[in-house]
Design a protein around this ligand. Structure first.
Ligand code: ADP
Ligand code: G6P
Length: 350
């Protein structure tokens, strides 16, 4: 690969429904750059922006063109493209990519109003995360890497119950109701964007236990597009072959229902992809090193870096299963794309 000239800002798009692990993914990714993003100092305490040394993460909710009260009148949901200001999203993403600063609105999740804008300086890495990063073609074309977190309805429900019932006191019925109410607009406007992604992390119920739909054990697939200019897919054992692997045994402790990896070529919306899959969960995270030794093209800077990252962030949700593993692997991939585009080396965190 030859990259002729470096650019000033790399722009990453991260799409997912709310409550689908975007902030967890962000924390894993920025950890590969050695930072932990924080809200802007001295600004609006309800700002949705996060800033680390390298990255600025903008939440696309800030481009809602209608606030909560406007939506009540118009009958539009927050998922409807008609309730977003794509013109401003495009202008500001473009400006930030060109090194300029912008005054970006703030959607206040507490009051439901649009607060006075905050000034955002052009970062080295800009992440735009939210419901519609790939909806508008002009915005989409500004993105250097596009990631979609595709959480199956069963798992989404389990996570929402976990958070909204156990942590926020909502009833299971009301959570079910709100998911149902979102579904038509989710299917119409959010889900179709996944075909544009370079990498999709798909989270499904396990196949290792018949009829398990509680979301406790997960089958996670990392779908990687082939032929993406800056991205070389990671693989298991032998590139391009089809493999099913149960690593449990002498080198990897597995309790019921075990762990199963799969790898192979596939198609996704008519495009060639390679898919790495993990079903089940680790008993002892440090034994991940055994799995890591069979992975190639991972963009890790040294053998053991994936395991080290996973151990470092072991308190984050999903650390024992494929969500944590693949989010970490995507984080390392993004670091490599960053290095290629910016022609700058990122020191590994040891
Ligand atoms: P978002 O930023 O998309 O709203 P978060 O990263 O804040 O999502 O995650 C929302 C909630 O979903 C978490 O508090 C946690 O309960 C659950 N969750 C997210 N990712 C995982 C995961 N990989 N495994 C289990 N639960 C998860
Ligand atoms: C959903 C969307 C958010 C949006 C919010 C607004 O949760 O996922 O992106 O900002 O709705 O709804 P609200 O409750 O603030 O009117």
């Amino acid at each position: 690969l030859v990259v002729r000239s470096s650019q000033d800002t790399i722009v990453i798009g991260l799409a997912a429904d709310s409550g689908c692990g975007k902030s967890t993914f962000m924390r894993r990714m920025t950890s590969c750059f050695g930072g932990s993003p924080k809200p802007p100092a001295g600004g609006n305490p309800d700002s949705n922006t996060l800033i680390s040394e390298t990255a600025t993460v903008i939440c696309l909710d800030d481009y809602h063109s209608e606030d909560r009260f406007g939506r009540k009148k118009s009958g539009l949901t927050a998922l409807d493209p008609k309730a977003q200001d794509f013109e401003m999203m495009y202008e500001q993403t473009k400006a930030l990519k060109e090194g300029k600063s912008v005054d970006k609105p703030i959607y206040n999740h507490v009051s439901g109003l649009l607060d006075p804008p905050e000034n955002i300086q052009s970062p080295k890495m800009l992440v735009i995360e939210g419901l519609h990063p790939f909806h508008d073609q002009r915005v989409r074309d500004l993105l250097d890497v596009k990631i979609y977190l595709d959480i199956s309805p069963e798992v989404k429900f389990a996570w929402k119950v976990q958070r909204d019932s156990k942590e926020r006191g909502h009833s299971v019925e009301s959570i079910e109701q709100s998911i149902k109410a979102r579904k038509p607009d989710f299917d119409a406007y959010i889900d179709p964007q996944k075909k544009f992604a370079d990498i999709i992390i798909q989270v499904l119920p396990t196949q290792l236990i018949p009829d398990e739909k509680e979301g406790k054990v997960l089958r996670v697939r990392m779908i990687q597009k082939e032929g993406v200019k800056l991205y070389d897919p990671a693989y298991l054992f032998d590139e391009g072959s089809t493999i099913s692997w149960i690593p449990c045994g002498r080198k990897l402790t597995c309790s019921f229902p075990g762990i199963k990896f799969q790898y192979g070529p596939d198609t996704y919306f008519g495009e060639e992809v390679s898919v790495l899959e993990m079903d089940g969960q680790f008993d002892k995270l440090e034994e991940l090193i055994y799995v890591e030794s069979h992975l190639s093209n991972t963009s890790a800077k040294f053998y053991g870096e994936i395991t080290q990252q996973m151990l470092k962030n072991s308190t984050f949700p999903g650390s024992k299963n494929g969500t944590g593993l693949f989010q970490t692997m995507v984080g390392l991939k993004i670091r490599e794309v960053y290095e290629k585009l910016m022609q700058k080396e990122v020191k590994p965190m040891v």
